[in-house]
Design a binder for this molecule. Structure first.
Ligand code: FA5
Length: 351
């Protein structure tokens, strides 16, 4: 067979294969096989020396023309496949379907409440400080006047890490860190953050958030503590809120108090209008009219000694559970909802 006849047969093979191609990928594979550097046309061209010198220009011309034609055929076929695919996907497209709106993100309700608490206290002049969640025994217990083996350590179900490290059980170690860092009064700081305990039920979570407050100076009294907390809770819950200090015990404050706030549901009456027969007992405060909201007290002199502060200075400290505040603010009765990441719950608080 002459080289020219072989060229014609190759062209015919290509045309037939292109017509048989079931899709774009199959058609595309012919490009390499016929038109590529190692393809069938190139192989024929490489045999040019087999021809007599006079026949070569005509064959070269014919081979180039064939290559151009095959290229055009291939591009046309690929365009046809693409048009077909576009038509098919357009047929599946339903312009009456509602669009997919991008979800709008929002801050977690606990973050919202924590930021609000910090904003109120920052406005009073407290500076926000931050510290480690994996804490030393010294900062979490020892310097806060929890002697080793003292039963008070059992009040907080500690999660221990290796050696001297543990997951901080409260934000109070930030009192120690702030005083050690500043070396002398005045100190006015708040420390928001995560804390950890072996605790789990409807109102207790193994990880929760606290905001610690500390004011140390000369002449600081329980009255100042009451003033700051009254301002904080009225800003959070409304101007009618009243506070009650109940004697309590923390190793690092003396005296220590548990602070109760008048119930935000029944406004301290212990009874709630039920819309039908008149009144029913308030379930939120169990008819006491009061809600326990935070722990506080005057800084114990033993803590001042541990951080080498002048024993003549005085100070108050308080620590409040952020989830507890959020539950009361939003009327939520199960704290675990905050951590189940159900978007139907979390997006209720989008501002
Ligand atoms: C303390 O943690 C003290 N550090 C508070 C303090 C600071 C007292 C400064 C004096 C001076 P207590 O263990 O009571 O105290 O916890 C404080 C608040 O954290 C509680 O009122 C409660 O609202 C919250 N809380 C405690 N355990 C949990 C828990 N497992 N889940 C959610 N909130 C909790």
């Amino acid at each position: 067979m002459t080289l020219l006849a072989e060229l014609e047969r190759t062209t015919a093979d290509f045309t037939a294969a292109l017509a048989d191609a079931a899709g774009a990928a199959e058609a595309e594979s012919l490009r390499n096989a016929y038109l590529g550097r190692k393809g069938a046309l190139a192989a024929l061209m490489s045999r040019l020396p087999e021809l007599a010198a006079g026949e070569r220009p005509a064959f070269g011309k014919a081979a180039n023309a064939a290559k151009e034609r095959l290229n055009t055929l291939l591009e046309e076929r690929l365009a046809a496949f693409k048009a077909e695919a576009d038509r098919a996907s357009l047929a599946r497209f339903d312009p009456s379907m509602p669009g997919r709106m991008p979800e709008r993100g929002s801050l977690h309700p606990v973050t919202l409440v924590m930021e609000e608490i910090c904003r109120i206290l920052n406005n009073l002049g407290f500076e926000t400080v931050d510290g480690p969640e994996a804490e030393t025994d010294f900062h979490n217990f020892e310097a806060l006047n929890f002697p080793k083996d003292h039963p008070a350590r059992d009040m907080q179900d500690t999660l221990f890490l290796s050696g001297e490290l543990l997951m901080r059980t409260h934000t109070s170690p930030m009192q120690v860190r702030a005083m050690l860092e500043r070396k002398k009064p005045p100190v006015a700081v708040i420390a928001p953050g995560k804390v950890y305990r072996r605790d789990y039920d409807q109102t207790h979570s193994p990880m929760f958030h606290q905001v610690e407050g500390l004011l140390v100076d000369k002449g600081v009294s329980l009255a100042h503590l009451r003033g700051v907390l009254t301002h904080l809770l009225r800003d959070l819950f409304g101007p009618d809120v009243t506070l009650r200090f109940r004697p309590s015990f923390f190793p690092f404050t003396e005296p220590s108090v548990e602070v109760d706030m008048s119930c935000v549901i029944c406004r301290g009456s212990g009874r709630k209008a039920d819309g039908k027969s008149g009144e029913s007992p308030c379930r939120v405060c169990r008819s006491t009219g009061w809600l326990e909201i935070l722990g506080a007290g005057m800084v114990d002199p033993a803590v001042f000694a541990a951080v080498d502060f002048d024993p003549a200075c005085t100070g108050f400290a308080f620590g409040l559970g952020v989830e507890r505040v959020a539950m009361l603010k939003y009327g939520i009765d199960d704290l675990r909802l905050f951590f189940e990441n159900d978007l139907r719950f979390l997006t209720r608080f989008v501002k």
